[in-house]
Ligand binder design. Structure first.
Ligand code: SAM
Ligand code: SF4
Length: 357
């Protein structure tokens, strides 16, 4: 039985990813992981995972989102399909794509063409959405599309708790869309795997377990995470503890940030970014990728000076004194070992076990 299951899984993998691609990904992944473990400054190959932001414009005004509040200081735009296609073609190792970052992905009119292109290239796509910019036709299109994972951001169970963070949003509308999506997935046995992400703060915390129950009824996965507060001094408005550092579930602040090694992040302008938290025009790492045409050039960019300096922040023995001109990673709140800590009291001494935790 177990043997039959094993061969069935192998068959499934080979149908989805022909042998050549399996081999290429299988060879690239250990190289990348090894470079990450050693915190190498230079990466040997392009990553299997990318985040491409298709649009940094949104229909909501969430209170702490740089797009919602229009405080990002970045050029707002949708990525044209031709640019998206060019970028995807530059990375032959690409297998997993996060097609969102700082906007509402479904406002990009070409989003479904992007899913289709990725399907042809056997790239799994995941999208985060507020599920508000929808009508029933849009839900039908999603169900029929090759999207692999849909993450819906709904942090409350009534207008008061939901709208407290999701300013401009309507709980009734989002709830109607959620029920319709669930019903149609069940009726058609099609559609993406759906995950309900609940950002909690002190005004909506009480509803987490009821939301989890409802997610189960809808057939969605569920998780709750604390709202991240930027700037930190606004912490007491949102968390009883005043900071996410004391919250039980948090981002992996105990590991070395993986972004600069294992994932490449692109803005709607087509420029390389440090990570999904870097959004100012002046911290872009490159010109739009339309200026290059080969995977080798892309790898060269990914190993250029500013990216290497970001990686250097995590190396054992690197201190702020050695890094002149502060840069983004040194002041990151999410992976705080890179910044805000006194390097003498907190040397960069993480072990292999540390980051596996
Ligand atoms: C910026 S949003 C863009 C995608 C889409 N508009 C949405 O809200 O899901 C990407 C992810 O960031 C999350 N997010 C927004 N504000 C956040 C905050 N202050 N702390 C942590 N995550 C946040 C959203 O819930 C979503 O999962
Ligand atoms: S819905 Fe998403 S992108 Fe839009 S303002 Fe809220 S968090 Fe930002």
């Amino acid at each position: 039985m177990a043997v039959a299951g094993f061969f069935k899984s192998i068959h499934k993998i080979l149908t989805r990813y022909p042998l050549f691609e399996v081999a290429r990904t299988a060879l690239a992944q250990p190289k990348l992981t090894w470079a990450y473990q050693r915190r190498s400054l230079t990466m040997p190959t392009l990553p299997a995972r990318m985040m491409i932001d298709p649009i940094n414009i949104c229909n909501l005004q969430c209170t702490l989102c740089p797009t919602g509040q229009n405080t990002s200081g970045m050029t707002q735009r949708a990525m044209p399909f031709e640019m998206f296609e060019h970028i995807v073609n530059l990375n032959p190792n690409l297998r997993m794509l996060d097609l969102f970052n700082l906007g509402e992905p479904f406002l990009n009119k070409d989003i479904f063409r992007m899913f289709e292109l990725c399907q042809k290239k056997r790239i799994r796509v995941s999208v985060h959405t507020n599920l508000e910019a929808y009508d029933m036709d849009m839900v039908e299109r999603i169900i029929q599309s090759p999207l692999a994972r849909l993450h819906i951001s709904v942090d409350g169970l009534c207008q008061e708790t939901y709208g407290y963070y999701r300013v401009g949003g309507s709980f009734d509308k989002v709830w109607k869309n959620m029920k319709y999506l669930s019903r149609r997935i069940k009726e058609t046995s099609r559609g993406p795997a759906v995950e309900w992400g609940y950002l909690y703060h002190k005004r909506n915390k009480q509803d987490i377990s009821e939301a989890q129950k409802r997610a189960q009824e809808l057939g969605f996965k569920f998780y709750a995470r604390p709202l991240v507060i930027v700037p930190q001094e606004r912490g007491p408005e949102w968390h009883d503890s005043g900071t996410i550092a004391n919250e039980p579930i948090s981002f992996r602040s105990d590991v070395v940030c993986p972004h600069l090694w294992l994932q490449m992040t692109l803005r709607p302008t087509g420029q390389l970014a440090y990570c999904c938290f870097a959004y100012h025009d002046d911290d872009a790492l490159s010109e739009p990728l339309t200026s290059i045409s080969t995977p080798e050039q892309l790898l060269e960019l990914w190993n250029s000076g500013r990216v290497k300096r970001g990686r250097a922040c995590f190396r054992k023995g690197t201190s702020f004194r050695e890094i002149k001109n502060p840069m983004l990673c040194e002041t990151c709140n999410i992976y705080p070992r890179t910044g805000g800590l006194d390097p003498e009291k907190h040397p960069y001494d993480m072990t292999f076990r540390d980051w596996l935790k």
